[in-house]
Design a protein around this ligand. Structure first.
Ligand SMILES: CCCCCCC[C@H](O)CC(=O)SCCNC(=O)CCNC(=O)[C@H](O)C(C)(C)COP(=O)([O-])OP(=O)([O-])OC[C@H]1O[C@@H](n2cnc3c(N)ncnc32)[C@H](O)[C@@H]1OP(=O)([O-])[O-]
Ligand SMILES: NC(=O)c1ccc[n+]([C@@H]2O[C@H](COP(=O)([O-])OP(=O)(O)OC[C@H]3O[C@@H](n4cnc5c(N)ncnc54)[C@H](O)[C@@H]3O)[C@@H](O)[C@H]2O)c1
Length: 287
């Protein structure tokens, strides 16, 4: 069985009542470490499960920087990591087959009461949940990057999600300090369904030479009040992520022109220019 590093942190500062106390976050990367942090900050007992020891260390220090003291433990199986869990939030790599493998094993290991949630950006919650026997206790919890700062949480219901599960997810979202909105399990939910075509159109505008990247960004910041322009945001999120979302949707809905691929973005990814995280995207960054 795989060896998982587990990071535990708990504080008792919350004043919001919600039934979920013990939370397991699976995946300690960009999103998982942020989700673990906001859950710990609001008084939940948090277990963070990560397969990569270096990333676990990084998550530990980023949470420690925000919270002070962190205790780290190692376990040999994921059954122990989830045995007391009221809620499991999955934030691992955006690949359906990998999420399926994880949820199949979690379904066997976790108690009946445990609610499962995925933080997927672009996959169908129903398709992810299909390998489990607890679709009534399954939903989407879509956080935004950077998690500690962004106030929104999209709570996604599939037709099988029970009212009790939905209410528990909404109450937990509120308890971790987020404003929750509800949406159906449609591609991109609310925010990404609007953001992805918006960013793609900004890139196409630049590709056509209608305006420069800098001017498009200035225009949307000063003319529409966005904190970042669309090209800056694409660099910030990462071109590998945005391209794989567009490619997945384009394959699934080839007739929808909103999901067409941007050639300059494909080229950037081929060149390893992924945006802020690699030091260069449409702009250059000091690493
Ligand atoms: C692309 C479309 C495709 C979708 C792809 C999928 C994506 C996904 O599914 C959905 C998303 O997330 S979509 C993406 C959704 N995301 C967006 O759309 C983001 C849009 N951008 C923004 O909202 C702002 O530019 C930022 C908040 C990023 C930075 O704010 P700023 O004013 O420009 O710069 P500042 O003055 O430096 O920071 C201000 C405060 O924030 C604090 N802080 C910053 N980073 C932090 C971190 N990592 N941790 C903790 N804290 C962090 C900082 O300490 C400071 O706190 P203080 O207490 O005041 O000192
Ligand atoms: N990056 C974003 O802006 C963003 C925003 C919202 C949602 N999401 C979604 O959140 C999820 C994670 O994205 P991310 O950006 O944090 O990715 P990331 O690559 O930073 O983190 C994923 C982590 O999961 C770990 N992992 C992989 N398989 C695992 C397993 N079986 N058990 C435990 N850990 C495992 C990896 O080692 C990695 O550290 C994806 O589904 C993504 O679509 C991302």
């Amino acid at each position: 069985m795989a060896t998982f590093g587990i990071l535990r942190r708990s504080l008792s500062t919350t004043t919001t009542r919600n039934a979920i106390k013990n939370v397991t976050v699976i995946g300690g990367g960009l999103m998982g470490s942020g989700i673990a942090q906001v859950a710990a900050q609001t008084g939940h007992n948090v277990t963070l499960v990560e397969v990569n020891a270096d990333i676990l260390k990084k998550a530990e220090s980023s949470i420690a920087n925000s919270l002070g003291r962190v205790a780290k433990k190692l376990y040999k199986d994921d059954a122990k990591a989830v045995k007391d869990s009221d809620l499991i939030v999955e934030a691992i790599v955006e690949k359906l087959e990998i999420k399926h493998k994880l949820f199949k094993s979690l379904d066997e290991a976790a108690p009946t009461k445990t609610i499962f949630a995925s933080n997927t950006s672009s996959l169908s919650i129903g398709e992810i949940a299909s390998v489990t026997n607890r679709k009534d206790r399954f939903g989407g919890l879509h956080f935004f990057n950077p998690v500690p700062v962004m106030k929104l949480l999209e709570v996604v219901r599939i037709p099988e999600t029970s009212e009790e599960t939905y209410q528990a997810l909404m109450a937990w979202g509120k308890a971790v300090g987020k404003t929750c909105i509800t949406c159906k399990d449609t591609p991109g939910f609310v925010v990404n369904r609007l953001l992805v075509p918006y960013i793609a159109e900004a890139i196409r505008m630049m590709e056509r030479g209608d305006a420069s990247a800098r001017d498009i960004d200035i225009a949307m910041k000063l003319g529409a009040g966005y904190p970042m322009g669309p090209i800056e945001l694409a660099d910030y999120v990462g071109h590998d992520t945005t391209l794989s979302i567009s490619e997945g949707w384009h394959k699934k809905f080839p007739e929808n022109p909103l999901f067409n691929i941007c050639e300059s973005q494909r080229k950037l990814v081929q060149q390893g220019k992924l945006g802020v995280k690699s030091g260069e995207g449409y702009y250059k960054y000091n690493k």
